[in-house]
Design a binder for this molecule. Structure first.
Ligand SMILES: O=P(O)(O)OC[C@H]1O[C@H](O)[C@H](O)[C@@H](O)[C@@H]1O
Length: 417
């Protein structure tokens, strides 16, 4: 269950009414593009794709020997799986992410892994990302060196169904390869094999995850009053003059979720719009309660240039009591209370303190940090982003601004010979 709370933003219901037409128009124009594959709206249909899920499960069952799972991918090819696996790993399979190009940690990882128990998953929508191909090359050499002909069983690819260098390589070598549908972009791909394959190895409840995402689809299409993503899109739209959007999550298990959201929000919406203006707000990741001891001072008394979203779980899956300690009477207010009570009290207190400090803040309550609720939340945020793309007059599904950096990197490498 996902619930929006706007208690500190009076006048929101009136604003919703005042923007009714604009919001419904934004939704209509988004949905009108749905049939056209080039519009990259395939993420809307991923929660319904039970066929791919079955194939992933078969593959997982055929490979019970995996103890270490190395995901080589970056950006949208790593952030989603990382966020969900960290929260819902039930299997004990150890996950390692090669979403960087720093040599020392790569060498350290290679020293610790047993190739016979390691599955490498190279993930890239384009199949041509430099960081990913560099990592793949190193792991390929390592697998071949240790396993000889058996290396193929230890490498699985997730990429475009037809195009790109990684697809061509998988075909040439006869590797197992899962498709990322053409009409699904990287930062919207967490519910494709990009996320589902690693999560199957993590033993996460994929049915519940997809069921939650289907619920988000339902609310996206619901009448305005019940359309959670239209409502949160409006909150961001109303505050678009504030340059910073803090996304603060009160869950250690979801500690990687803010980074996933940052890419989704910033890369989708930070653009030159159809009128030639630069638009977008800067998403800042934050984690409660850790950031109460790092960023909240600024949030509370620094510039009033932010819209803050707090994601707060309402119930724990399991709780833990804080036992009494003799001689530590200073902490007696904690004794007999539970960790979840403490977490909840801190979240609620911060919510109130930020509002009283004059910041614009709302909460998204998650019934529980469960695959169902988090699947709902992530798909909800994708809808929110897509609606904002319509409201701000940008294509939320491209990223022209990252191309120049890639070209310059290649030019530098070529110069160095
Ligand atoms: O999945 P890939 O094609 O390897 O792309 C990985 C990432 O790199 C690109 O530079 C894009 O800016 C990101 O949107 C993308 O998620």
């Amino acid at each position: 269950m996902l619930r929006l709370d706007t208690r500190y933003l009076p006048g929101f219901s009136e604003a919703l009414e005042a923007h009714r037409e604009a919001l419904l128009r934004a939704r209509e124009s988004l949905l009108a593009k749905r049939g056209d594959k080039a519009q990259m709206l395939g993420w809307m249909d991923l929660p319904e794709d039970t066929e791919t899920l079955r194939e992933i499960r078969r593959y997982r069952e055929a490979n019970p020997w995996v103890e270490d799972f190395v995901l080589i991918g970056i950006g949208g090819s790593a952030l989603g799986p990382k966020a969900l696996e960290a929260a819902f790993n039930e299997s004990g399979v150890r996950f390692h992410y090669l979403d960087h190009v720093e040599p020392e940690p790569i060498k350290r990882l290679l020293r610790t892994l047993d190739p016979r128990k390691t599955l490498v998953n190279a993930v890239s929508k384009s199949g041509s990302t430099a960081e990913t191909l560099a990592g793949l090359a190193v792991f390929l050499k390592w697998l071949k060196g240790h396993l000889g002909e058996d290396w193929r069983r230890h490498l699985v690819v997730t990429t475009d169904p037809k195009e790109g260098p990684l697809r061509a390589f998988a075909e040439r070598e006869g590797l197992k390869a899962f498709p990322i549908p053409k009409e699904v972009g990287g930062r919207f791909s967490v519910l494709s094999p990009v996320g589902l394959l690693p999560l199957a190895f993590a033993g996460a409840d994929l049915d519940a995850l997809l069921m939650g995402a289907r619920k988000a689809n339902e609310t996206a299409l619901a009448p305005l009053e019940e359309s959670l993503p239209l409502k949160t899109a409006l909150l961001l739209h109303l505050h678009r003059h504030l340059p910073v959007h803090v996304f603060m999550v009160y869950s250690e298990r979801l500690s990687h979720l803010p980074s996933w959201f940052v890419q989704l929000h910033d890369e989708s919406l930070g653009k030159v719009n159809r009128q030639g203006q630069r638009v977008g707000t800067t998403a800042v990741p934050a984690l409660g309660p850790k950031d109460q001891h790092a960023q909240v001072q600024l949030f509370r008394e620094g510039p009033l240039d932010k819209l803050l979203a707090l994601v707060i779980p309402e119930t724990p899956l399991e709780d833990l009591e804080i036992p009494e300690v003799e001689g530590l009477e200073a902490a007696s207010f904690l004794f007999g209370k539970s960790f979840f009570q403490l977490l909840k009290a801190e979240a609620e207190a911060t919510y109130q303190a930020l509002a009283e400090g004059g910041q614009r803040v709302y909460a998204l309550y998650l019934s529980q940090v469960s695959p169902y609720a988090v699947g709902w939340l992530m798909q909800h945020l994708m809808w929110q982003t897509a609606f904002l793309g319509e409201l701000w007059g940008v294509n939320a599904f491209d990223q022209p601004g990252v191309e120049l950096g890639k070209r310059l990197t290649l030019a530098l490498l070529r110069q160095e010979g």
